[in-house]
Design a protein around this ligand. Structure first.
Ligand code: AMP
Ligand code: ZN
Ligand code: FE
Ligand code: FE
Length: 278
């Protein structure tokens, strides 16, 4: 019903926005957030593709920040694209520089790769490097590429260029976007208990409670945090495409079957932000 986390070929997903929307409609999704890494590039095509269906596109993105030297992802819903465009362009340029650094590290390790063409607006990420490693014959699967080289403490890992979680939250707020901590239990740079208060202090407004990698007890814990701190509850399958081999950790679209009503308070929060930051 509701899917608030998905990726397209504009970042590291394997379906184009149009293919993703067609599939979502087929799966019975009624509201779909396009949340590519550091880019809004998929929205226009997705919105156009959704026209024939009873399917609402929620404009969003997944911002990459650094906290304690590790990747911390923050979802932003309903940003003002005019305000966010320039700062995001800088983030995408940083991703391109980072991809080159990871390729350099791999070459030093004795595993040279052919980097993809990075002239377009696409936001390159580790899955693209994993594909290049496979194409070069250095690994036989994406899983192996991450396990041996690319995981957060792997030998070819390079963090995103300096951009703290607090800065990310402030940027989203100033662009009228509702900031939500994505998949908190995947974070490797500290415990959820200690990091959450700092993010709330910075202006965090919600938690991605429902995510395929969260266990039942982890999900319950996040529900409790949301109640205790009066935070918005979101969720999504973090869909990257149908290629299981490429995205083994992610479930199918609509697998969580989340209720549509979760979206209403998010919309309300976004409108009040627009008034505050007008
Ligand atoms: P990046 O934004 O470049 O740090 O890449 C993040 C993306 O890489 C995630 O959205 C996943 O698609 C994928 N990813 C991250 N960690 C892993 C892992 N340990 N195994 C497989 N895929 C991963
Ligand atoms: Zn991704
Ligand atoms: Fe993420
Ligand atoms: Fe994601």
């Amino acid at each position: 019903m509701l899917e608030l986390h998905s990726h397209t070929t504009c970042s590291d997903g394997s379906l184009t926005p149009t293919e993703l929307v067609n599939f979502a409609a087929e799966q019975g999704v009624k509201a779909l957030a396009i949340t590519d890494h550091d880019t809004m590039a998929g929205w226009v095509e997705a919105t156009e593709a959704a026209r024939p269906f009873d399917l609402e596109i929620v404009p969003g993105l997944e911002l990459s920040t650094v906290y304690n030297g590790r990747s911390l992802h923050i979802l932003g819903f309903y940003p003002d694209p005019d305000r966010l465009a320039a700062p995001l362009q800088e983030r995408v340029e940083g991703r391109k520089r980072r991809a080159r650094k990871m390729a350099d590290k791999l070459a030093e390790l004795g595993y040279p790769i052919e980097l993809l063409d990075m002239s377009s607006a696409m936001a390159p990420g580790r899955p693209h490097i994993a594909t290049a490693l496979r194409q070069a014959g250095h690994v036989s699967s994406h899983r192996e590429a991450f396990d041996r080289f690319l995981k957060d403490d792997g030998p070819a890992y390079v963090p995103y260029e300096k951009f703290t979680a607090q800065e990310g939250i402030e940027l989203l707020l100033s662009c009228g976007a509702v900031p939500v901590w994505a998949h908190p239990w995947i974070f490797r740079g500290g415990t959820v208990e200690t990091v959450l208060p700092e993010l709330i202090e910075a202006g965090l407004m919600g938690i991605e409670v429902y995510h395929p990698t969260h266990s039942v007890s982890q999900t319950r814990k996040l529900e409790e945090y949301c109640q205790a701190h009066n935070l918005l509850v979101t969720g999504g399958s973090d869909y990257h495409g149908p290629k299981k081999e490429k995205h083994p950790d992610f479930k199918d679209l609509n697998a969580l079957a989340l209720p549509l009503d979760l979206l209403t308070p998010i919309k309300l929060a976004a409108s009040s932000l627009k008034e505050i930051y007008a």
